[in-house]
Design a protein around this ligand. Sequence first.
Ligand SMILES: [Zn+2]
Length: 408
Amino acid sequence: MLTINSERLLADLAELAEIGRTEDGGVSRLALSPEDVAGRQWFQERVNAAGLEFRQDGAGNQSAILPAADPQALTLIIGSHLDTVRNGGRFDGALGVLSALEVVRTLKEVGQTLPVHLEAISFTDEEGAVVGLFGSQAVAGQLTPAHFTNPRGGVETLRDGMARLNLTVDSILAARRDPATLAGFVEIHIEQGTRLEEANLDIGVVTGIVGIRSAWLKFQGQAAHAGTMPMLKRADALWGAAEFIQQAKTIVIDQFSPGVMNCGQIALAPGSFNIVPAEVTLALEFRHGTEEQLDAMAATLYPLAETVAQANGLTVTITETSGCVAAPSAEAVVQAIETAADKLGLSHTRLMSFAGHDTQSMAAITPGAMIFVPSVNGISHSPKEFTADQDVINGANVLLQTVLILAQ
Ligand SMILES: [Zn+2]
């Protein structure tokens, strides 16, 4: 069976980790920063050294291409991102790009062409130093004017970064790919969780990336003297908010597992030792695998907020804010990954991704899925992020076999 060159892949991972290396062994290659530009330069050199065709699109996405004999063939894309968070790890993103490069390089080396064009891609700004899923959303045609006028990294960061890479709004929008030309998308990534490690499994086959809903919940009661107002006469907004959090937690665990909820921010007014809280604003977020499950969570959690508010003599207003649509994987790609793992004698399980990835953009325009490999202690976005060599090698070999299955 054809396998990847593991020494070459591990050497690439080590070499790339030197670009933007931090004092404690982490990596800072924020998208569109000078370190990112150095990483891009290094990647281009690796692609050229392998004798592969190099391509950079208008959104700065970089690709290594192994063309099919027929120019009209569809394109199968594999890859991830080379940017990192501030003082992040060596594997998040880099593993997916370098494994993809290694797969293309291996096929080129043995002179094997496929019935599809094979493209190993490195997407611009997955982590969101500037926009988030910037390159993959450009490819999927999902960018809107708001991404340019109100980017999460600020307008100046975006403008300076675009200038550094010679990108324009027009060039970025032109990076959109016609879905009719695509055969699929596969991304390898570290799990960033402990499910594989705890079950002692080699490979996670991702059935989908969760959607995210978020809302501001504003509980309103009545400010009062914290000493003189009798307990039973209080309309304490925090009592309602606290009760909501406790009940929502139990309901989500009992009825919506593996869905999750979080209250990550709370503002309280007037905000004093000696005043009963009159107003509490709570940031509620919940995640699940399909839009139907998210609808069901919304249809339970929002009425719960109303019931709890009423029981505490409060009112509540619920304002939904920006979220993210769930991105189920394509069953055919999921099965191809499972078959590939079986061929290699690797244990595997299906699981959902609770973090965002470039695959969620790509899955909207072409059949896609992800391969997860174990992360030690589930740690990521940290210099302590670690995946064992054998898991890196296993993942890349599963990707190679998956490509061979999907290409047919
Ligand atoms: Zn990532």
